[in-house]
Design a protein around this ligand. Sequence first.
Ligand code: HEC
Ligand code: HEC
Ligand code: HEC
Ligand code: HEC
Length: 348
Amino acid sequence: MIAFLVRLAIAGAALYALGGIIAFVQSILFGSEHPPVGTAQLGFRGTGLVEVYNAREREALRVANAIPPSVPYAGDEGPKAGTVYENLRVLGDVGSGEFTRLMVNMTTWVSPGEGCAACHDLENFAADTLYTKVVARRMLEMVRHINSNWTAHVGETGVTCYTCHRGQLVPPNVWFENPGPLQAGGLARGPVGQNHPAPQVGTSALPHDPFTRFLARDDEIRVQSTAPMRRSDWLSIQDAEWTYALMMNFSQALGVNCDYCHNSRSFADWSQSPPQRVTAWHGIRMVRDLNANYLLPLGEVFPAHRLGPALGDPPKVNCATCHNGVFKPLFGVAMVEDFPELRGDGTK
Ligand code: HEC
Ligand code: HEC
Ligand code: HEC
Ligand code: HEC
């Protein structure tokens, strides 16, 4: 009997050890980042402002962000497009040769599969029959507006249609008002659809739609009140959760850690934050402007199958729409340099 018990104990110990070994091997294989992991120092020594990145993933991003080739700038000589064509409301001041080049490139950027027919009735290029042409005209105005009035964010790098569209009619990253998954009643019912891991906030269980409040409306992005218990600027714990949800999305959209824009010992303090936070601050205001003045009014133009689950809600822009997982869209290549007409006038 005793011999049996001893054998049982030995077998138990062996199993236990085996379990431990399996857990250890698992943690090495799956629990950590595969090499090669790199770091870049972003702030002063000792502040811990270090960006951790994976060289292999960064290489994959570089390939995905290579820009498509384009024919060289055609110059602004010759008659203006507005004198040659019938129905130009934005590009009338562009040279007609350059106008044609832009149409060809726009096709590469937005609709390489569908071609000119994505926006045009091929029997009559002047007609505005397709909604896509009406949207594209507004997009042309939006791109000019970004490149000439939002240099506080986009600098000299600027944007073209390709920054967001990446060869597709619908950009890979857009967002809708999100009522969240269907909820049970009672305690399981979170008023902001919380406790459902949401991919757009880093699969955390934070509020899953920080965009409507912060990027369509202009609610304050704050976790701390500046005055104790003053009703006008009182913030709840839930406001902090919304703020963190948005911040998780920023990190994801740009492929960076929080300390790309903050010194994590004091998130709120601007004097300790890297300059990128100021660029991001302007970016927030720019995104609100684009959504309020370009995308939301287009809600009437988009067909029903392009709208979101909320009544009449059109697709909108957030940080990922341009950034696509990179700290500077397309790693900072200034495609717009070759397209002066996208800066606001037809001259280089
Ligand atoms: C993504 C949408 C889009 C695509 C794709 C596109 N166009 Fe256009 N096109 C427009 C818009 C918008 C206008 C009007 C611009 C304005 O109002 O200044 C326009 C205007 C034109 C006009 C002027 C018509 C007139 O008489 O008023 C011509 C010609 C034209 N495009 C040719 C082409 C050709 C050729 C292609 C394919 C190589 C093409 N377009 C692809 C959006 C597009
Ligand atoms: C800041 C990002 C951004 C830029 C830059 C941009 N777009 Fe868009 N575009 C969007 C968003 C968001 C939508 C809405 C997506 C949808 O239609 O479902 C959209 C929709 C469109 C559509 C309608 C597609 C469809 O089938 O519903 C067309 C056409 C279009 N854009 C053309 C252009 C052209 C041409 C340019 C360059 C002059 C441009 N866009 C630049 C963000 C952008
Ligand atoms: C791309 C830049 C950027 C990244 C990345 C970023 N933030 Fe922010 N953060 C900002 C900006 C800009 C503000 C201020 C927004 C405003 O005032 O409109 C802010 C505000 C905050 C605030 C509110 C401070 C206050 O005044 O109450 C907190 C907290 C915060 N961030 C935490 C984080 C955390 C945690 C992360 C990582 C998950 C993060 N941030 C990632 C740019 C960034
Ligand atoms: C319309 C396209 C567009 C949108 C939308 C956009 N950005 Fe940017 N962003 C850019 C461009 C272009 C640059 C590069 C500017 C330059 O080279 O100086 C940039 C640069 C930045 C930088 C500076 C990076 C660096 O290393 O210097 C930060 C931070 C940033 N964006 C944050 C944001 C945040 C946060 C949002 C959303 C609230 C946002 N951006 C939305 C186009 C965009």
